[in-house]
Design a protein around this ligand. Structure first.
Ligand code: 5GP
Length: 154
């Protein structure tokens, strides 16, 4: 199977589909998951076309991992989460549903389960508010540098 240029994340990257963005730079984009498993569920993707973990050059992936760490810290702070779970699903059998490589960032609390994967669309105002909280924590962490908020969509 080759990379499908019409997958939803490719459309978000081209600005053809909306997303509640929390961070964007030349190589990566981070935005709210439309069907969060927990409040604050955030996705980080590289901008280059790659289907999954086995379709990327590991050295290039460093930029994305750096953003996973930075945004992960902001999500942790924004949701006062004692733990953060990072998930990367490669292949349909693993549950992958969007075939543009991505890392899930999930705030976790002891004893609190998360919802089923990609089932329930969250209200736009909730996603917008969560994105704003994360952007604000990112901005604090950047010592005065403005966070790239992107354009939140519906
Ligand atoms: P995967 O199953 O491939 O690991 O994860 C895909 C994720 O993308 C799921 O958690 C799902 O909720 C999320 N998702 C699916 N469609 C959209 C969309 O249009 N916008 C956003 N922001 N997330 C999406």
């Amino acid at each position: 199977m080759s990379y499908d240029n019409d997958n939803i994340f490719a459309k978000i990257l081209r600005g053809e589909a909306p997303a509640f963005k929390v961070h964007e730079d030349a190589q990566t984009l981070a935005f709210m998951d439309l069907m969060p498993q927990v409040p604050g569920h955030t996705l980080v993707i590289p901008k280059y076309p790659a289907q999954d973990l086995f379709d990327v050059d590991a050295a290039t992936l460093g930029d994305t991992i750096q953003v996973v760490q930075t945004v992960g810290a902001a999500v942790k702070q924004a949701f006062q989460a004692p733990g953060i779970m990072i998930a990367q699903l490669s292949g349909a059998a693993a549950g992958q549903t969007v075939f543009h490589i991505h890392f899930h960032i999930l705030p976790r609390f002891e004893g609190l389960e998360f919802k089923l994967h990609a089932r329930q669309v969250e209200a736009a105002e909730v996603l917008a508010a969560h994105a704003e909280r994360i952007r604000s924590c990112l901005a604090q962490g950047q010592a005065g540098k403005p966070a790239d908020s992107g354009t939140p969509g519906p």
